[in-house]
Design a protein around this ligand. Sequence first.
Ligand SMILES: *[C@@H]1O[C@H](CO)[C@@H](O)[C@H](O)[C@H]1NC(C)=O
Length: 354
Amino acid sequence: MWRPRGSRQRMVLATGACSIFLLVYYLQGDSSPASHSDVSSRRQGKSGRGPLQSLHYADQGHGELKPNPAIQGHVQSAVHATHQGRRELLKEACRSHTKKRRVLIPEDLKHLIVDDKHKMLYCYVPKVACTNWKRVLMVLTGKGHHSDPLKIPANEAHVPGNLRTLSEYPTSEINRRLRSYLKFIFVREPFERLVSAYRNKFTRRYNNAFHKRYGTKIIRRHRADPQPEALERGDDVSFEEFVYYLVDPHTQREEPFNEHWERIHSLCHPCLIHYDVIGKYETLEQDSRYVLQLAGVDSQVQFPTTGKHTRTTGDMAAQFFNNISPFYQRKLYNLYRMDFLLFNYSVPSYLTFR
Ligand SMILES: *[C@@H]1O[C@H](CO)[C@@H](O)[C@H](O)[C@H]1NC(C)=O
């Protein structure tokens, strides 16, 4: 099951080698509460109603803007309210928990996949249904001439170059898309995502690339008296050792985290990029349908529903945390704290550091 090794390996192991330093997108002092409607009224003036306008029309709800009848009834207002709540919470959390503002650089936009045909930007987060979203976007962008997402092999969805990312565009083109496209992201409870990454990358025989690249290093640094065979193969990393690796300050000084355990906050910059939809893994089906409806493509493609039974759940995560001491639980929580705060996830009840 380990096929196009070269490309996949390059993709999964790729760490920021590129270092163009270009100032791209100044945050337009977006701390005022009126900024969302500012954006929408500016858009309103334009002819042709894109998905974003439909979204912001639905947001207003005070009769100033005419509701779009095509959207009304199509997407329920309760759903709109949920998403508006998430955006407001995110904005407020960004305001109170991020200190200095900075400017986006193209390097920051490597996870934003572009669909120019339907004016969508999707920030992919590994371990949050990103394979299925990439498949859907391949169908929508006409890549590989597929019409059924599930007919696209998983590895094909991850081949770099099959989908374009925003970082590949010139600055003005980046800004234009950031201003006018439907921007969405899918997030997940941070520790479930982390346990899912651990299970997938360190407990499956076939993930040799990860064992060699990370497993050997983790064992060398974080296991007392390792067996020569374990050092060589790196295929039996325990969750505890993985946690030691993550919280060790040396790890991130050496190189950025691999994208499977990098924080969503660092992959998708949700305080700098104003996502229109914050989808959640916990409500994946509904939220995916919502995105496809907003983009007006729900009749063209369906979000695949697969593999539910293998999902990492909260109960499962709790078991993995059994062995982790309160001291390390706290360190790990602090590491992923922004993802908890920005996306409204509470401190898991199984943690014992409080
Ligand atoms: C945040 O989470 C709490 C607890 O799960 C929930 O009751 C609330 O509705 C959420 N808020 C938003 C804005 O999603």
